[in-house]
Design a protein around this ligand. Structure first.
Ligand code: FES
Length: 144
């Protein structure tokens, strides 16, 4: 199997250009290229997974620290919209309590991303729904 290689700067520039033309803001593009919160947290306290109607899948991993989100990551098998939205969600919830995390909606994430193509707005919904599902499951488990 061929190892995955990092994109060259020329390839990265080509991706940036393509996404800019498609209607992604610089912020959304940076989230997609750098993927600052992509991965898993092995000892996460809250985990959930969701598949969108498009077939893209993502999982969220949240590690709590003294009543607030200490760390969070998303594992995303999906498009640039899904990845940028998921990364933005993590920046929104880190250091915040779960009530604040539950209050995040599509509009909150869209404001952070500033601009993504209209046909990609459902990708934001997938990131938010995955977060909400994780928080709802966690709440149910704690009240059981
Ligand atoms: Fe499926 Fe973006 S196309 S989440």
């Amino acid at each position: 199997m061929t190892p995955i290689q990092a994109a060259t700067s020329a390839e990265t520039e080509a991706i940036e250009e393509m996404l800019t033309v498609s209607g992604y803001s610089k912020t959304a593009i940076n989230y997609y290229i750098n993927k600052p919160h992509m991965g898993q947290i092995p000892d996460a306290d809250i985990i959930s997974e969701m598949t969108g109607t498009c077939g893209d899948t993502m999982g969220i991993y949240i590690k709590m620290d003294n009543g607030v989100v200490g760390d969070a990551k998303y594992q995303v098998m999906g498009c640039a919209g899904a990845i940028s939205a998921a990364m933005a969600v993590v920046d929104l919830i880190k250091g915040k309590d779960l009530d604040f995390a539950r209050s995040i909606d599509d509009g909150t994430v869209y404001k952070v991303l500033q601009e993504i193509p209209v046909k990609k707005h459902h990708c934001i919904q997938l990131a938010v729904k995955t977060l909400h599902k994780a928080l709802d499951t966690h709440r149910l488990q704690r009240s059981a």
